[in-house]
Design a protein around this ligand. Sequence first.
Ligand code: 4NP
Length: 153
Amino acid sequence: MKILMVCLGNICRSPLAEGILKSKVNPKTVIVDSAGTGAWHSGQLPDKRSIAIAKKYNIDITDQRARIFTPEDFITFDKIYVMDKSNYVNVCRLAPSNEYIDKVELILNESNPGKDLEVPDPYYGGDQGFENVYQMLDEVCEQINNKIKNASL
Ligand code: 4NP
């Protein structure tokens, strides 16, 4: 099972989603990566505030470097989780054909099915925004891991 987490910059939300899910899954059977729909931060470390909130919960995300989402990711990954609706539109635009769009899901639909809730972009806010994003992602990644273990993902 290969899972890709996607946000806009690949420096705030999706690096946290990657690090949190990696901390829960069996690394021998589940590959987790992340990417951004924008290239401004390509090659960069996650945002300092994401690094700090992950560290607070004993997760190290400093091995990650931002990269752009590519159409090839539709082939490589089984499931593509996006953080918000604008990520959804930007990712789906790059699908090689329509059937690949089934791989794309708003991540919070795993914890709140059908509600189309978004993980808010914390980039322009304060530290509380990062704590909030961390808690949302920790809860949903727990559920994603349960689904993987039940072979229902
Ligand atoms: P992310 O947050 O999508 O969660 O990584 C952002 C990071 C950078 C920018 C926007 C959102 N930016 O405009 O540079």
